[in-house]
Design a binder for this molecule. Structure first.
Ligand code: PEP
Ligand code: MN
Length: 348
């Protein structure tokens, strides 16, 4: 037995009425999607970008609904957005990642939703904070919203991970353990930030038992006004969906699936370790410059002993073996010296 994934698709932003309707019609013809999405109020990280078409976009979404019969969805960030979206008969409202971080905003939205029956989806906050995500869920539940789902769109990471937003799968997995009955959708578009890995990330989420996906789709992605690198055409979306292997309906994760998520975590951590080592070497090279200017020798015994002793004692407190720490620190130290010598030997 398998369950067909629930699919939300549509452009990052509604730009013009033609672009909105044309994208929706193609999506509707595929018969593969459940909800048409379009952002009309766009929270931009930096000022100056396109900040959304605003209220008029809601009338375009209403036309989409009339002409295609598709349900529609929009991002809301304030009580006013909620009221406007409801007036225009929007079926699904979602709270964006930059809004979930702020309990004041989430509460304002929850208060505006009190007494309604609309479906509400909550994206994870931009920062990897499980409690903020759960807190937003609780605020909506407390005002009586019954149809709530979550969207995993990845998290800001201090180190490059190869994704626009690091998936950090362990966080949604933990949320699912705590809220097993709340549907979880994957947003591979904002995780990848590029078209290339959308299929892989979506499939991985289905393998973990997610109920569906929200995927940004644009009639002409190259010329999209926002998020142009990650949007795909309705045709490409159709292929992507056709190639997905649906999750099994019992919801249990297999040995291979659990192993896969642990391996993802290890890969991310290895990436962070390498990035930290690179940053450490860059500082060692700056020290090399300083030593050169002040004509000091590269190797200083006192300092090395201090680093080694401190690392061994901290490592032991963390349950790491002395020999392991000693060996690892020696290797790091040797490489730092090599880098410093490179700096010092460089003829100016
Ligand atoms: C969006 O869905 O277009 C969007 C702005 O997403 P997020 O809140 O995940 O950044
Ligand atoms: Mn977007």
């Amino acid at each position: 037995m398998s369950t067909k994934p629930y699919i939300i698709a549509g452009p990052c932003s509604a730009e013009t009425e033609e672009q909105t309707i044309a994208t929706a019609k193609k999506l509707q013809r595929s018969g593969q999607i459940d909800v048409f999405r379009a952002g009309i109020w766009k929270p931009r990280t930096n000022p100056g970008g396109f900040e959304g078409i605003g209220l008029i976009g809601l009338s375009w979404l209403l036309n989409v609904k009339k002409e295609t019969g598709l349900k529609t969805g929009v991002e809301v960030a304030t009580a006013e957005h909620v009221n406007n979206a409801l007036q225009f008969d929007t079926d699904v409202l979602w709270i964006g990642a930059r809004t979930t971080v702020n309990p004041f905003s989430v509460q304002e939205i929850a208060d505006a939703l009190r007494g309604t029956k609309v479906k509400v989806l909550i994206k994870n906050p931009v920062n990897p904070d499980l409690k903020l995500w759960m807190g937003a869920y609780e605020r909506l539940q407390k005002v009586g919203i019954e149809d709530i789902g979550l969207i995993h769109r990845g998290f800001t990471s201090p180190v490059p991970t190869g994704f626009r937003n690091a998936p950090m799968w362990q966080i949604p997995i933990e949320v699912r353990r705590l809220l097993p009955d709340v549907p979880m959708l994957i947003d591979p578009s904002h995780i990848c930030g590029a078209r290339e890995r959308l299929q892989e990330v979506t499939q991985h989420a289905l393998n973990l038992g997610y109920e569906g996906a929200m995927i940004e789709t644009h009639i002409d992605p190259e010329n999209a006004w926002t998020d142009k690198d990650q949007q795909i055409t309705p045709e490409v979306l159709s292929n992507l969906i056709s190639e997905l292997v649906p999750r099994s309906s019992d919801g249990e994760l297999s040995y291979q699936q659990v192993l896969g998520t642990f391996r993802d975590q290890i890969n991310l951590m290895d990436n962070e370790l390498l990035q930290l080592l690179k940053n450490r070497m860059a500082i060692a090279m700056k020290i090399g410059e300083l030593k050169k200017q002040n004509q000091v020798t590269v190797y200083q015994t006192g300092r090395w002993n201090e680093i080694l002793q401190k690392s061994i004692s901290q490592g032991q407190q963390l349950g790491l073996g002395e020999e392991f720490i000693r060996g690892m620190m020696e290797l790091i130290h040797l490489e730092s010296i090599r880098k410093q010598e490179e700096v010092i030997d460089k003829v100016q």
